[in-house]
Design a protein around this ligand. Structure first.
Ligand SMILES: Nc1ncnc2c1ncn2[C@@H]1O[C@H](COP(=O)(O)OP(=O)(O)O)[C@@H](O)[C@H]1O
Ligand SMILES: C[C@@](O)(CCOP(=O)(O)O)CC(=O)O
Ligand SMILES: [Mg+2]
Length: 385
């Protein structure tokens, strides 16, 4: 039996970083997916294989070796969502090091630790082959880490005893609410291994889809009534969410009062975002006025993100270029490079968009658009294997 899970990436419309400190963020899923396929192998094959197609790395562990390295820690671990201890991460690192992880890709190792933690906790020691591939750029602010953890958790849970699914279903299907919550909780544990201190907004929007508001671990669905179009520009400047989040925390401990004011201002922007997108446009004039307000909110949010130290020369370049066309932009995700959003108002001409994309392309940036606010994680069973 083979199961495939796909989980969407996301854009944060307002409130990244602030959300880590308990302030509101608004995020939306996008129609770019990470896909995980999981095939259980017969017991005599005795290996767990992980193929990470996007980063060109393959791993293969014998089940015996995994048991040997983890048994002194009390594995098999609890099958309910539990945090991975530092001691366990060290043992998982031993398993990864044995596979000669290339030095140049060492920043990607935490994703493999997250895999091993989710795998051994949810499925124990069953031999299997797991393949991951993604339409999302990895490490660019579009929530690839969350989509990875959500799709992995979904595929593993789908073949575990913790969840009872109707395997006869054909095509993509969604989880029931309680099962989706379990997927989300496990994905959050994976995100903790990759990010250190995730807020939970990314895994929640990847699991449940649509537009959400998120504050202090609590998600509220936002009924968006506005047609939102964003140009996404990938600056291709690499960055690491874990390091950026840690830098913001350090700045907050150095300047608690100033940072508190900035984070409160970001929260006010998120709240206004959610009010505006929930309102029904009575006519074109009303829609344009709301688009203008969202543009201003994006500019203000970006200014505040600069003040907490997460912008980058490449991001500023995108801002200045889009400003020439009177368009508002902000970074999305952790910043420090990665992706920038530019709001495309309903009545913008295709000619303007083409010129902007061409100019951004001349700096080596890559522009694309994505559908906003689609479904969250889905699974599909293949009965032929
Ligand atoms: N498709 C993938 N294959 C392997 N690892 C992945 C994949 N997607 C995400 N990851 C993991 O997530 C990390 C990137 O997460 P992060 O820095 O939070 O950036 P973002 O979530 O914005 O893409 C990578 O270093 C890797 O460990
Ligand atoms: C910076 C932050 O708000 C979003 C990080 O998103 P990403 O990993 O850069 O896609 C962190 C978080 O909310 O966990
Ligand atoms: Mg991430």
């Amino acid at each position: 039996m083979e199961v495939t899970a796909r989980a969407p990436g996301k854009i944060i419309l307002a409130g990244e970083h602030a959300v880590v400190h308990g302030y509101t963020a608004v995020a939306s899923s996008i129609d770019l997916y990470t896909v995980v396929s999981l095939r259980l192998r017969s017991e005599d094959e005795d290996t767990v294989k992980l193929k990470l197609n996007d980063i060109g790395l393959d791993f293969s562990w014998s089940v015996g070796r995994i048991k040997e390295v983890l048994s002194h820690l009390g594995s098999p671990f609890s099958s309910t969502p539990t945090s991975c201890s530092l001691e366990t991460i060290k043992s998982l690192a031993t398993l990864v090091d044995e596979q000669s992880f290339p030095e140049t890709k060492i920043g990607l190792a935490s994703g493999v630790y997250a895999f091993l933690w989710l795998y051994t906790s949810i499925l124990g020691f069953k031999p299997a082959t797991v393949t991951v591939s993604s339409e999302l750029p990895v490490g660019a602010g579009l929530g690839s880490s969350a989509a990875y953890c959500v799709s992995l958790s979904a595929a593993l849970l789908a073949l575990s005893d913790s969840v009872k699914l109707d395997v006869s279903q054909k095509g993509w299907s969604t989880f029931k609410e309680t099962e989706a919550e379990l997927v989300n909780k496990w994905a959050f544990e994976g995100e903790k291994i990759i990010h250190g201190r995730p807020s939970g907004v990314d895994n929640s929007v990847s699991t449940f889809g649509n537009v959400i508001k998120f504050k202090s671990g609590v998600m509220t669905r936002v009924d968006s009534n506005m047609p939102l179009k964003m140009l996404i520009t990938n600056t291709k400047v690499g960055r690491d969410t874990k390091a950026l989040v840690a830098n913001v925390s350090a700045r907050k401990s150095r300047h608690p009062d100033a940072m508190c004011s900035v984070l409160n201002a970001i929260e006010a922007i998120s709240d206004e975002w959610s009010t505006i997108i929930q309102s029904h446009a009575v006519d074109d004039l009303y829609l344009s006025a709301n688009e203008e307000k969202l543009g201003e909110l994006m500019e203000m949010n970006q200014g505040l993100l600069l003040s907490i130290g997460v912008s980058h020369a490449s991001i500023e370049n995108v801002l200045q270029t889009s400003m020439k066309y009177k368009l508002a932009s902000k970074l999305t995700g952790a910043g420090g490079g990665g992706c920038v959003l530019t709001l495309l108002p309903t009545h913008i001409s295709g000619e303007v968009i083409n010129k902007l994309v061409e100019e951004l392309g001349s700096f080596g940036f890559q522009c694309f658009s994505a559908g906003i606010g689609g479904k969250g994680v889905q699974i599909s069973f293949d009965h032929s294997s």
